[in-house]
Write a protein that binds this ligand. Sequence first.
Ligand code: ADP
Ligand SMILES: O=P(O)(O)O[C@H]1O[C@H](CO)[C@@H](O[C@H]2O[C@H](CO)[C@@H](O)[C@H](O)[C@H]2O)[C@H](O)[C@H]1O
Length: 467
Amino acid sequence: MSEHIEPSGIPHDELAAQVAAALPQWLPSQRWFGGKDREIDSVSAVSWTTLLDGDPLLLHLVVRVEQGDRRELYQLLIGSRQSQLPDVAAAASIGLEDGRTCYEASGDADLTACLLDFIAEGKRIGSMTFEHEPGADLTTGLRGHPITSEQSNTSLVYGHHHILKLFRKLGSGVNKDLVLHRALHELGSQQIAEPLGSISAEVDGEDVTIGMLQRFLPDAADGWVMATTSVRDFMADTAGLPPEELGGDFAGEAYRLGKAVATVHADLARALGTEQAGADDVRRAVDSMLARLERVSAQVPALARHADAVRPVLERVADVAVPVSTQSVHGDLHLGQVLRTVNGWLLLDFEGEPAASVAERAALASPLRDVASMLRSFDYAAQQLLVGQPDDPETTARAMSWARRNRAAFCDGYGKVAGQDPRDDAALLRALELDKAVYEVAYEHANRPDWLTVPMASIERILSEGE
Ligand SMILES: Nc1ncnc2c1ncn2[C@@H]1O[C@H](COP(=O)(O)OP(=O)(O)O)[C@@H](O)[C@H]1O
Ligand SMILES: O=P(O)(O)O[C@H]1O[C@H](CO)[C@@H](O[C@H]2O[C@H](CO)[C@@H](O)[C@H](O)[C@H]2O)[C@H](O)[C@H]1O
C-alpha cells in the first residue's frame, strides 16, 4: 500500500476506496467478471500499489467482491489523468461521484508499457514483484495492446514479441497456468508458448501470481477460428461433396491436435507425476459431478428437466475399474485454447475452468477430462452456426456429421500417441462429456444466454444416443 498523494491532493488509499465503491455498477459489464450470475453485495479495496505516480497515475488495485457466501479477489489497473484523457474504450471508464475520471487502464498503452519493462528489470514495487524466467530473452520499450478476442482474463500483446496475461480473478499461491507452463518448458515441450516472466503480489499475507508473460506467436492460427471456418465451408457446400474433398476439411488438423494433446499429457505426467485413484477417490469425483448437476439445475430449469436422466450416467463412473490413473491436466481444453503454428499445435491457458476454486483446479484428474472437453468443443464448432436459426433437422444432421468426423479424428490422433484409444473408456468419457456440458450450461447461462441451446442440445443428444 502506498501513502502517495496525487497532484489533485487525494491520497491513493482514498482513491482506491472510491474506485471500489463505484465497481458494483461497473463490474457486471466486464467480460472477465465471473460473478454475473449473482447480485454484488459489496466491493472493497484489499491492496493498492502505485506503479506510476503523478499525472498520469497508474494504480494496481486488488478488490474483494462479496456475493452472498461467495468472496472473490479481482485485480484492476486504474488509470487517472488530470489533463487529456486517452482514447480507450468508453466501457473502461469507472465514473466516480466527485466527477474525477478513473478508468480501467489495461487499454492505455502509454501506462501499461511499464509492466514489461519492470519484468525485464526484475523490479519490486511495494508488495509487487516483477520477474523474468531464467535465460528469458526480452525485447523492452514496447507498448502493450489488449487482444480483442473473448477472454476470461486480460492479455496485452507487446510488439508481436510478448504476451502478458493479467489474471483477473486471483487465487492463492503460484497460478496453475504458470506452474504447468514452467514444468512443460523445463522438459523442452514444443506444444506450449515459452513462459518468459511473471508478476506476483502479496495479497492478504500470501504471494499470489497476478500476471504471466509468454512468447507471442504472431503467425499462429486460432483453433476455434480454423474449425468454425471449416464448418462454414462444409455447410455452404451444396454439391454434397464428401468432406475429405472440401478445401476446408479439418479432420487432418483434428488428428494432429489429438496427437499434440496426448503428447502434452505424457509430458505433464513425466514432469509432475501420476497418482492411482482408488474407489474412494472415484466416489468423490462422482459426488462432485452430481453436486455440479444439482447446483446448475437449480439455476437453469431447462437442465433440471434432464437431471433424472443425467444422474445415472454420472453414477456409472463409480463402477469403472480402479485404480484410475490421474495427473495434472489442462482443465478447460477447447478449440479457443489451441494455436496452430507451422511447427504444429500448441496448448494455451492451463489455468482450468474460470469458475473453479484453486483446490479444484489443482486436483489431479483423468486425462480423459481434457479429451471429453475437446470433444465438446467440436460439438460447439458445429452447432454455433445454428444458434438463433429456425430448427432444421437436415442442417442439424449435416452439422453433426462434421462434429462426428472431427471428434473421431481427434480420438484417432490421441490414441496413436497415448497407445490407447480414449473411446475404449466409453462410460467414463460419456460421463465426463455430460459433466462438461453441465458446466457449459452454467457458463452460457451467466455469460451468453443465446448460446445456452448449444450445450442443451448436446445433453439431449448424448442422452438419446444411449451407451
Ligand atoms: N503465446 C500466444 N501467442 C499468440 N496468441 C496467444 C498467445 N497466448 C494467447 N494468445 C491468444 O490470446 C487468447 C486468450 O489467451 P488465454 O491464455 O486463453 O486467455 P484466457 O485465460 O483469458 O482465456 C487465445 O485464445 C489466443 O488467441
Ligand atoms: O475463457 P476461457 O477460454 O478460459 O473459457 C471459458 O470461455 C469459453 C468461451 O470463450 C468456454 O468455452 C465454451 O465455448 C467455446 C466456444 O466459444 C467452445 O469451444 C467450448 O467447447 C465451450 O466449453 C469455456 O467453457 C469457458 O470456461
